[in-house]
Design a protein around this ligand. Structure first.
Ligand SMILES: *Cc1c(COP(=O)(O)O)cnc(C)c1O
Length: 409
């Protein structure tokens, strides 16, 4: 009886009531005003793309060339520029980050009925890419420092449920093969990728990195997305740089790269005039038009990253003085792109989070919460999962602050 009472959410609520919801939301809004200045009746979006003459002129050049679809010089130029930025040996530009992740998972052998381990705290695309292979996401907890997949929880979960069945790692409970683990670098902060790689190696589990949010982020100088068998980036309109819609695969494995190029271009056999396709492929390549925009955007990446760091330093300075919040900063040995600056409220009463978000919106600062845990979405309620204590805590207390590069001024 006592045990049950202690674990009930009512007790959590009661214990934080002295923190006072109103004073927390007032503190956060005052912090936003101090860091960003007054909104003057307009609104400050969470993240917005920034275009100037370079983008306008390159788009014009692309249209004039007549090459607008998935072949063309800008696609190659964009891929080469990404190779330089990330250090990945092979880069394959794709129509979206989701398409990139789906195709990687398919190419490394994820098949109907399999399971793929993903963090419950992620954008829905991480789990959807698994579902597009007709496989199941298997949710594992995050840790509180980097907000990424927890290597300890991963090892614990695998030790508990995984068994080696004739060289195939299987979930003892469901009988399904576990084919990969997909850590994600949340809000641009590198997760504990080296530790995750070493746990995965113990179980001979391939690592595919969801680096959708972390272009420009690295661990010990090595770019996120280049640690596992493959990784992917997203260039959606709200990411650090955008191609409108778009993504890319990063890999150091040449045969995987060849296979991904083939699968993403309708599995067409190269020939000067025949239409010959040797398997069911996808139309997943990035159009030249979008790649042109990407080339212009990538030329500004160093400047964008500098301005994002300045904004994050300002937020960190302001929010370190507000006792009811903690600012999420990059952890040791890692460099974050600070795609989205986030704070965590020192209460996990979701009503305080929501009141704070409402107050920020009312004041014109379009803050957002973290994602609803993927394990709670209707299509994933029956998916396998380990304990998700930290992920739930982060879900209930995290707030994303406006982080567009323009705000630095
Ligand atoms: C944006 C994002 C994606 C998907 O990228 P799209 O280009 O929108 O398909 C995947 N995972 C995470 C974590 C993302 O933030």
């Amino acid at each position: 009886m006592v045990q049950r009472f202690e674990e009930s959410p009512e007790v959590q609520t009661a214990s934080v009531q002295h923190l006072n919801s109103d004073s927390i939301s007032e503190g956060v809004v005052a912090g936003l005003r101090e860091a960003l200045g007054p909104t003057k009746g307009s609104t400050i979006p969470l993240h917005e793309p920034e275009f100037s003459d370079i983008e306008f002129s390159i788009m014009q050049d692309c249209l004039k060339s007549g090459w607008v679809s998935s072949l063309g010089p800008f696609v190659t130029q964009f891929e080469e520029a990404l190779q330089t930025v990330t250090g990945a040996r092979h880069v394959i530009a794709m129509a979206s980050g989701t398409a990139a992740l789906h195709l990687i998972l398919h190419a490394i052998g994820v098949r109907p009925g399999d399971e793929v381990i993903v963090p419950a705290l992620s954008f829905v695309a991480t789990a959807n890419a698994v579902s597009h292979c007709h496989a199941s996401p298997h949710f594992v907890d995050s840790e509180l420092i980097t907000l990424g997949l927890c290597p300890i929880a991963l090892r614990r979960r695998l030790a508990e449920i995984a068994t080696n069945d004739n060289g195939v790692l299987k979930n003892r409970i469901t009988g399904a093969a576990i084919k990969a683990v997909v850590p994600m670098h949340a809000f641009g902060h590198p997760c504990q990728i080296e530790e995750i790689i070493s746990v995965a190696r113990e179980f001979e589990l391939p690592v595919v990195e969801d680096a959708a949010e972390s272009l420009g982020s690295s661990v010990r100088g090595r770019h996120t997305g280049s640690f596992g068998v493959a990784g992917m980036l997203s260039f959606n309109g709200n990411k650090v740089v955008t191609t409108g819609n778009g993504g890319a695969v990063l890999t150091n494995d040449s045969s995987l790269a060849v296979r991904l190029r083939h699968l993403s271009t309708t599995a067409k056999v190269s020939h000067s005039w025949r239409y010959q396709h040797d398997e069911i492929g996808w139309n997943y390549r990035l159009p030249n038009l979008n790649a042109a925009l990407g080339c212009a955007q990538l030329s500004k990446l160093p400047d964008i990253l500098v301005r994002k760091r300045r904004l994050s330093a300002r937020y960190q300075e302001v929010f370190s003085r507000i006792s009811s919040t903690t600012f999420t900063s990059e952890s040791r040995n890692s460099l974050s792109n600070y795609w989205l600056n986030t704070i965590q409220l020192l209460t996990d009463d979701i009503r305080v989070r929501d009141a704070t978000l409402q107050a920020a919106h009312d004041a014109g600062y379009l803050c957002r919460p973290a994602w609803d845990l993927l394990s709670s979405l209707p299509m994933y309620t029956t998916s396998p999962r380990g304990p998700l204590t930290n992920a739930a805590k982060i879900e209930r207390s995290l707030i994303c602050l406006p982080s567009g590069p323009r705000l630095e001024k």
